[in-house]
Design a protein around this ligand. Structure first.
Ligand code: MG
Length: 163
């Protein structure tokens, strides 16, 4: 059966960190703050995928109190989530996501993000859609205090056993 999942994440922008989005390091004056590489786009996608099999959220599987995953690249998290789905016989159909960032302009990096995410998920690039928008200057996103991402995933999940 086809199951859908949604994901949302936000991280604060701060000086002295590398900005990593969709597995791609992007030149910028600030990066996202977090226990991992704080790749907000990868995190939203991970939550969307986990949602398709009702497997909880990324914080449950990769707690920010776990020192063994400090600084982990979030593409590794996505590989682990994809493996979790595969172990349940679930097959990812597609992922669609939107990054909400006032700056930098992300258009030049979207193709590389799609390729990187597709590789982590074992998905053809044509099944990985990444879009970018600004918050039109409004609110904390508009003031560039952080970057947010939302994602949706469709996954072909085995029928549950009758009960
Ligand atoms: Mg996060």
């Amino acid at each position: 059966m086809i199951c859908s999942g949604i994901g949302y994440d936000v991280h604060a922008l701060t000086a002295g960190r590398t900005l990593t989005l969709g597995g791609v390091d992007i030149p910028h004056s600030r990066g996202l703050l977090g226990h991992s590489d704080a790749d907000v786009l990868a995190h939203a996608i991970a939550d969307a995928l986990l949602g398709t099999i009702a497997a909880g959220d990324i914080g449950h599987h990769f707690p920010n109190t776990d020192p063994s995953i400090e600084g982990i690249r979030s593409t590794v998290i996505l590989e682990k989530v994809a493996a979790l789905l595969a172990a349940q016989g679930a097959r990812i159909i597609n992922v669609d996501a939107t990054v909400i960032a006032e700056a930098p302009k992300l258009a030049p990096y979207l193709a590389e993000m799609r390729a990187c995410l597709g590789q982590a998920l074992g998905l053809p690039v044509a099944r990985v859609s990444i879009k970018a928008t600004t918050n039109e200057g409004l609110g904390f996103l508009g003031r560039a205090e952080g970057i947010a991402a939302m994602a949706i995933a469709s996954v072909d999940v085995p029928e549950p056993a009758p009960h």
